[in-house]
Structures are given as C-alpha cells and as structure tokens.
Ligand binder design. Structure first.
Ligand SMILES: Cc1cc2nc3c(=O)[nH]c(=O)nc-3n(C[C@H](O)[C@H](O)[C@H](O)COP(=O)(O)O)c2cc1C
Length: 180
C-alpha cells in the first residue's frame, strides 16, 4: 500500500524556505509514501460563504477539496506574518472546511523557524476547530533563524534529514487504517 501525502506551503515567496522544506520531505519520502505539493493557493478565489454550495462552488475550490479528500495525510509548512497566519493560506483553510473528508484527516506540522511565537499555536487551534487529527510525533521543527534555505541543504544535513525521515515513519503509522 502506498500512502498519499499532500503538502501545503503557506508562503507564496519564490525562494520560500517552507517550500524548500516540503520539497525535502518529497525527496526523502521512503518507499510506500508518495508526496505531492498542492500548488493552487495563489489561484483560489477569496472564500465567500455564498459560493460554498454545490451549484456555485468555484472550480479551484472543488479541485482543492478533491485533492484533500484523496490524500491519506496532509503536511503543512507555514510561516508567521504579523504574529498570525498568512492570509492566502488561511483562505485555503477556509475553503477546506467544506471538504467532507477533512475531519479526522491526519495532519503533520513541519516548521522551519525557531522565531515564530504565535502562528504555530494559531494553526493548531484552527486545525483543531476543523477537526483535523494532528499527529504530534509526525511534526518537527528545524529550529532555524534563516529563511535562506534550499532543498539540497536540508537533504544533506544529517540532523534535518533524520528529523524528516523519522517524522515520515511516524506519519505512516498514523495513516494506517484502524485504531491508533
Ligand atoms: C509581511 C511579513 C510579516 C512577517 N511577520 C513575521 C512575524 O510576525 N513573526 C516572525 O517570526 N516572522 C515574520 N516574518 C518573517 C517570515 O515569517 C519569515 O521570513 C519566513 O521564513 C518566511 O517564510 P518563507 O521563507 O517560506 O517565505 C514576516 C515576513 C513578512 C514578509
């Protein structure tokens, strides 16, 4: 059985360190775990409850929900903006709420920065409200103070590499069907 993981980068910056981290997760995924990035955050329309009905749902939002529904687990890597979550990323979460397969979905939180004092807890609060199943042992923090980071650097750093592979193994266990 191959588990399908869908990743979400909360930054739209071209040289995003969070995206580099998620690419490293993709690169280091062991056999039996397939990792794909959701790339649609920038093209989602603003969430509007009036559009949140089957007949009016924007195609991009439907596509997001379909991808989330098909995934066995989700990984989020999100920076902090003004002590909070980036607006474009929060918009994606707002659209995800209407995905009937979101509640109970295993979620891992991957962090680059040691500096974010507010957004990580806010993200957990929001995901908890959405009834995600956050898997603490599948989360990790590289604990860095830089945002100049590329995938190769992460993959070749022994500590980062082992943190990612250990987290993926823990996530595999959490994604297995049946009682946890
Ligand atoms: C508009 C803006 C606001 C930010 N506010 C915060 C903040 O409140 N706290 C913090 O620790 N970093 C803050 N940062 C720094 C970013 O979180 C940091 O550069 C992060 O690494 C960006 O992620 P990325 O490398 O994936 O783009 C802010 C950056 C920007 C552009």
């Amino acid at each position: 059985m191959t588990f399908q993981i869908l990743t979400f980068c909360g930054s739209l910056r071209a040289a995003s360190s969070n995206r580099a981290l998620l690419r490293a997760v993709e690169r280091l995924a062991p056999e039996g775990i397939s990792v794909h990035a959701y790339e649609g955050i920038a093209s989602l329309p603003h969430f509007a409850p009036d559009l949140d009905h089957d007949a009016l749902l924007p195609p991009r939002a439907r596509e997001l929900r379909d991808q989330v529904a098909a995934a066995d687990g989700l990984v989020f890597a999100v920076p902090e903006y003004m002590h909070s979550l980036p607006g474009s990323f929060k918009n994606a979460l707002d659209w995800m709420v209407g995905c009937p397969r979101f509640p109970g979905k295993p979620v891992a939180l991957a962090h680059v920065s040691a500096r974010h004092a507010f957004a990580p807890a806010q993200l957990e609060e929001v995901l908890g409200t959405m009834a995600a199943r956050i898997v603490p042992e599948a989360g990790f923090n590289l604990g860095l103070t830089t945002n100049t980071l590329d995938m190769e650097t992460i993959c070749t750093h022994p500590g980062h590499r082992s943190a990612i592979t250990a987290a993926l193994e823990a996530f595999r266990t959490a994604m297995r069907p049946g009682p946890q």
